[in-house]
Ligand binder design. Structure first.
Ligand SMILES: [Zn+2]
Length: 233
């Protein structure tokens, strides 16, 4: 098999691979840029953080209430122990106990408010969870076609890459290097076919001698205008 034929096959494979890779990138971008999904995820994260913060504050109040209750119990115990006889001391204790009772009542009010706030935050969190689930399902349905296309593209690419590896093996290293270099400078197309006696890409007419060389396939012939490798199928 001639080098130009192998290069032509390689070029066709590379072009197909380029197209499929570019479409695959497009699909990945669409799938990862699902705005509705991102928004729903953000909302849930925010709701979770809020609920967590309120839970922490609620626990702090619960601890405070508990500490004040213990303090009051101890005050009450000394008050009724009978060990303290001094009326002034007893009165002070009585006042302290009352002050603690007021403080505890105030803390309990705070605790109740915090509890209500926490229940509200939990509700919002559950709603956000539900919403995210709904968006995910809708997104899966919407993206089903894209996921199918992606899977087919991946299969195609794997097959094309195998074919490319096989074709590449049959091309001498020096020519392969030239091809890779040309592809870089010629917008990814290093090999062009001959049609109507001219280059099918730039339209340059070829001399009979060039056409003869191309048919003979004894050496590579380059388009005198665009510089690409010519192949006649
Ligand atoms: Zn040309």
């Amino acid at each position: 098999m001639s080098d130009s034929l192998n290069l032509y096959r390689l070029q066709n494979l590379d072009t197909a691979i380029d197209q499929k890779e570019s479409r695959l990138e497009e699909i990945e971008a669409i799938l990862s840029n699902d705005q509705a999904l991102r928004d729903a995820e953000k909302k849930l994260e925010k709701a979770q953080a809020t609920a967590k913060q309120i839970r922490i504050e609620l626990n702090q109040i619960i601890d405070k209430v508990e500490a004040q209750r213990i303090k009051r119990k101890m005050t009450q115990a000394s008050l009724f122990s009978g060990n303290i006889k001094n009326p002034k001391a007893l009165q002070d204790l009585q006042m302290e106990s009352e002050a603690l009772a007021r403080y505890i009542a105030q803390l309990e009010d705070e605790q109740l408010m915090k509890m209500i706030a926490y229940e509200e935050a939990e509700k919002i969190e559950q709603q956000a969870e539900k919403r995210l689930e709904g968006v995910k399902i809708a997104s899966i349905e919407e993206n089903a076609a894209l996921l199918g296309e992606r899977s087919k593209l991946e299969d195609d690419l794997s097959r094309l890459r195998k074919e490319k590896a096989a074709v590449t093996q049959s091309i001498p290293q020096k020519i392969l290097k030239l091809y890779i270099q040309l592809r870089k400078t010629k917008r990814n197309v290093a090999v062009t076919s001959v049609s109507d006696g001219g280059c099918s890409i730039c339209g340059q007419a070829l001399t009979p001698a060039d056409l003869q060389s191309i048919r003979g396939a004894s050496r590579l012939v380059f388009c005198p205008s665009c510089g690409r490798i010519l192949y006649e199928g």
